[in-house]
Every structure is written in structure tokens, then in C-alpha cells.
Design a binder for this molecule. Structure first.
Ligand code: UD1
Ligand code: MG
Length: 477
């Protein structure tokens, strides 16, 4: 029988720069599926509900701390990056459970790692009674990675870094992925014996393997079959690959849950998004952050939706942008609509092409079908906003509110100069500039009066004709 479960602590190594990215920014802050690479690793570690999570930071420590604001982790500063072994020694100084429990150690550059993999590593570690369990993978091209040295009987003997390996060792295909499980009390004595006798003059965590073996401690290497999951990101190409993996997994999960994705290679859905059954996503749709889509929605190509909640049976036509908005059931949006933060569209609203909405609520059944700007507004039920209507909400200093009652009709090409209120059922004639409140049921017309000069066209033409004969008319003047 396996020994009982023990509390888990986790260390994430995030102090290195990651020079192969060729960037001014630390590698772990580069984004995978819209979030820093390290956030994915943290989510994975936190899914195991560890007693304590320690993140080792060094390069651009403040930026990493800011990016992880709100994440339940302790930070340990590794001022000088003397290697992964040195980083773990620093982290252990802040570790609460040092004499018991299981300790996970993770490189920070593993954005596609899954909690299930860590759970099975923990259980293998517990059952084998090892002091250290190392996760490995077999790659067709192992260049750049630490190689796993196995002995006659197949057990792990040590890890040799690429730069320190002999040409024979470089032919080994089994690599160290940078995921470890240890009993802290047994790992610590080995860590303190590590010396920087290598090509990089660093304290390698990987040296703990042969140190432990020399101390007659048991070390186990577990080979993981899904190589895509455990490949660290070291370059921009690997960053793109990791992004594809994360989005690809989400698409598969959505498909299983009844979402139609016409071309999964061209659809990017944040792993945190929730989408109802029978919703259809066309190619080139991007859903960022916390997005919720109800059932039976259709989202057409070129649309980006970020941090918004949409009800059921919503249609978003091509090339629309929706951010921080709340959309009710049966709403129609776009094509080319721009719904900015604070937009709220209630049931059955229609917002058509080239309509921009910001901080505005459109109540049930409102229609704004063409070419409008509606900002800082509250528009009552079933009102109709004509083409080209603009709420003039900004006077150069402050923003002002426009309030419309129910069933208001705004004629095309009108400006509503805020602050202004229009009562229930009010009408605004096309081309009006409305600067005063309009009472309920009233018609407001605020435009220059039209006058017609009868016969003007012919008279004007005759005048021109006589003027051009001989050209004397002008010279006489
Ligand atoms: C490391 C392993 C190698 C393994 C590979 C997997 C060592 C010595 N080598 O090599 O066996 O195949 O990962 O990707 O561990 N870090 C610190 N402080 C430091 C140095 C690094 O926190 O002083 C962090 C980095 O931010 C990174 C992780 O440790 O998250 C690994 O560092 P990296 O430089 O990527 O190590 P590799 O050379 O890739
Ligand atoms: Mg690496």
C-alpha cells in the first residue's frame, strides 16, 4: 500500500533572464495565450493546492512581482543568478515545511504543463520512497538540454548539462525537463554539497542527482510520454509552439463540450473562457481573458472579444471588437461594431455597422443600426437611434450624460449635446443638434430652416451665359 499523502510545497524558479529569447524582457514574462508564461506554470502548481508556493525571482524582479500581483505565492530574491541549485537553496530558506512533506521544484518556463502530470509525479515519488524523482522526456533532438545518464540496470546515475557533456553523452535522447519532486529533508544535505565545477561556473540543481546517489539515497527518473507538454520555452519559436498548444487544448475541450469551431488552427480562445453549447466560432476569432458566451451564439470572422459576458443566441458579425461589456440574449452586433468598456446591451438590442458604444446602456430592443457614437448614455426600451447619431459627451474638460426614455426616435445625423434628457416617446427630426431637454411625446427639430428659390437654377444659368458673351460684363464693373 502507498504511504499516506503528505502536504505539498512548491518552488518555481523564475530568476533567470532567458537570453535565447533575444529580448529586453525576461523570458518568463513573454506571453503565451495572452498571459505571462509564468502565470500558466503558477496555475498548474496552484491546482495542487500546495501548502506553500515560493517563487524565486532575480532578473527584473519587480516586473515579475507586478505580473503576479494577487497570486498566492511567497517571493524569494536570488540577487545573483548563480544557477538553479543556488536558486533552490535560496528558496528553501523561506520554506515552512522543511522536515516533512513533498517538495515540487519547477522551472518557470513550462507553460504547457498540466496538473495531472504533477499529481502522477507526486504519487510515483511517494510510492517509490525516493529522495528525489526527476521527470524526463525522450526527444528526437535533445540539443541544449541536460541529458539523463542511466546505469547498467537502467536507473538514473546523474544529469549532465549539454555544455558539459562529452560527444557520446550528447547522443543521449533522454532529457531532464526541469520538473522535480523531493523530500526536502533528504535533498538539503545534497544541495549543500553542490559545487560550481562546470562550464557555466554555476551551482546546478541537476548535480543533486549524483550527490544523492553517492550518499546512498534513492533517485528515480520517470519518463513522460507527452513531450509537447514538458518542453521548456527557450526561444521565440518555442513560444509560438507553446501558444498553439495551449489554444489547441482549449479548442478540443470546447469541441467536446458542444461548441463548433470551424477552423481550430485559426481560433484563439483564452483557457479561462466559458462557452455554451451550439455556439459557432468562425475562423480568426480571438476571445481574450474572462469571456463568457451563452448557448447558440455565432461569432463571425475577425472579431475580438475581451473580458465580456454575452448571453444566449447572440450574433456577432465580422470584424467587431468588444471589451469589458455585458450583452444580453438575442443581441445582434456588427459587422464592424466597437463596444468599449462599460457597454451594456439588454435583450434583443441591435448595434450595427460602424457603431461605437462606450459606458452606455441600451435597454431591451434598442436599435442603433448604422454609423453612431453612443457614449455615457442610457437609452430606454425600444428606442431607435438613426444613422449617424452622435452623443456629444465631452466638452473638453468633463464627460456628460445623455438619457433617453422609452420608444424615443432619433432621426439620422443628429447630435445630442450632453448633458441632455429626452422623455418617453420623444422624436428628434433628422439633422438636429439637440442642446435642450425634450419633453415626453414632443418633436424636437434643431436645424437650419430650409427655403426653396423657385426657378433659381435656370435664372442662374442664363446669367452665366450672358456674362460670358464678349466678356464685357465683368470688365464694365
Ligand atoms: C535547465 C536544466 C537542464 C534541463 C533544462 C530544461 C539545470 C542546471 N539545467 O537548463 O538540465 O534540461 O533546464 O529546460 O538546472 N533560474 C533561476 N536562477 C538561476 C538560473 C536559472 O531561477 O540562477 C531559473 C530560470 O529562470 C528558469 C529555470 O531556472 O526558469 C531554468 O533555467 P534555464 O537557464 O532555462 O536552464 P537551462 O539551461 O534551460
Ligand atoms: Mg531552460
Amino acid at each position: 500500500m502507498a504511504p499516506p499523502r503528505e502536504p505539498v510545497s512548491a518552488i518555481i524558479l523564475a530568476a533567470g533572464m532567458g537570453t535565447r529569447m533575444n529580448s529586453r524582457r525576461i523570458k518568463l514574462l513573454h506571453e503565451v495565450a495572452g498571459r505571462p508564461m509564468i502565470s500558466h506554470v503558477m496555475d498548474c502548481a496552484l491546482a495542487l493546492r500546495p501548502r506553500q508556493l515560493i517563487t524565486v525571482i532575480g532578473h527584473q524582479a519587480d516586473a515579475v512581482r507586478d505580473a503576479l500581483d494577487g497570486v498566492p505565492t511567497d517571493f524569494v530574491l536570488q540577487k545573483h543568478q548563480r544557477g538553479t541549485g543556488h536558486a533552490v537553496i535560496k528558496a528553501v530558506a523561506g520554506l515552512k515545511l522543511r522536515s516533512r512533506g513533498q517538495l515540487l521544484i519547477l522551472n518557470g518556463d513550462l507553460p504547457t504543463l498540466r496538473p495531472a502530470t504533477l499529481r502522477s509525479l507526486l504519487s510515483r515519488h511517494r510510492r517509490s520512497g525516493a529522495a528525489l524523482t526527476v521527470l524526463t522526456a525522450r526527444l528526437p533532438d535533445a540539443a541544449g538540454y541536460g541529458r539523463i545518464i542511466r546505469g547498467e540496470h537502467g536507473g538514473i546515475q546523474g544529469i549532465v548539462e549539454d555544455r558539459d557533456a562529452t560527444s557520446e553523452q550528447r547522443r543521449i535522447r533522454e532529457i531532464n525537463v526541469g520538473i522535480y519532486c523531493a523530500n526536502p529533508a533528504r535533498l538539503l544535505p545534497a544541495l549543500s554539497k553542490i559545487r560550481p565545477n562546470n562550464a557555466q561556473r554555476e551551482y546546478y540543481l541537476t548535480d543533486a542527482v549524483h550527490r544523492l546517489i553517492r550518499m546512498n539515497e534513492k533517485v528515480v527518473a520517470v519518463c513522460h510520454n507527452d513531450t509537447e507538454e514538458v518542453l521548456g520555452v527557450n526561444s521565440r519559436a518555442e513560444l509560438a509552439q507553446a501558444t498553439r498548444t495551449v489554444y489547441g487544448r482549449k479548442n478540443e475541450a470546447l469541441q467536446r463540450a458542444g461548441v463548433t469551431i470551424l477552423d481550430p488552427d485559426r481560433t484563439w480562445v483564452d483557457p479561462r473562457a466559458k462557452i455554451g453549447k451550439d455556439t459557432v466560432l468562425y475562423p480568426d476569432v480571438l476571445l481574450e481573458g474572462f469571456v463568457v458566451l451563452g448557448e447558440g451564439c455565432t461569432v463571425r470572422s475577425g472579431t475580438r472579444i475581451a473580458d465580456s459576458r454575452l448571453g444566449g443566441s447572440v450574433t456577432v458579425k465580422d470584424h467587431s471588437v468588444i471589451t469589458d461589456s455585458q450583452i444580453g440574449d438575442n443581441v445582434q452586433i456588427g459587422p464592424f461594431a466597437h463596444l468599449r468598456p462599460g457597454t451594456r446591451l439588454d435583450k434583443g438590442v441591435k448595434v450595427g455597422n460602424f457603431v461605437e458604444v462606450k459606458k452606455a446602456r441600451l435597454h431591451d430592443g434598442v436599435k442603433a443600426s448604422h454609423l453612431s457614437y453612443l457614449g455615457d448614455a442610457d437609452i430606454g426600451e425600444n428606442s431607435n437611434i438613426g444613422a449617424g447619431t452622435i452623443t456629444c459627451n465631452y466638452d473638453g474638460v468633463d464627460k456628460h450624460q445623455t438619457t433617453l426614455g422609452k420608444n424615443v426616435f432619433i432621426g439620422s445625423d443628429s447630435q445630442l449635446v450632453a448633458p441632455v434628457k429626452l422623455g418617453d416617446g420623444a422624436y428628434v427630426g433628422a439633422g438636429s443638434t439637440i442642446t435642450k431637454d425634450v419633453p415626453a411625446g414632443a418633436l424636437a427639430v434643431g436645424r437650419g430652416r430650409q427655403f426653396n428659390k423657385l426657378g433659381w437654377v435656370k435664372k442662374n444659368a442664363d446669367k452665366k451665359k450672358s456674362g460670358s458673351k464678349g466678356g464685357a460684363t465683368t470688365s464694365k464693373k
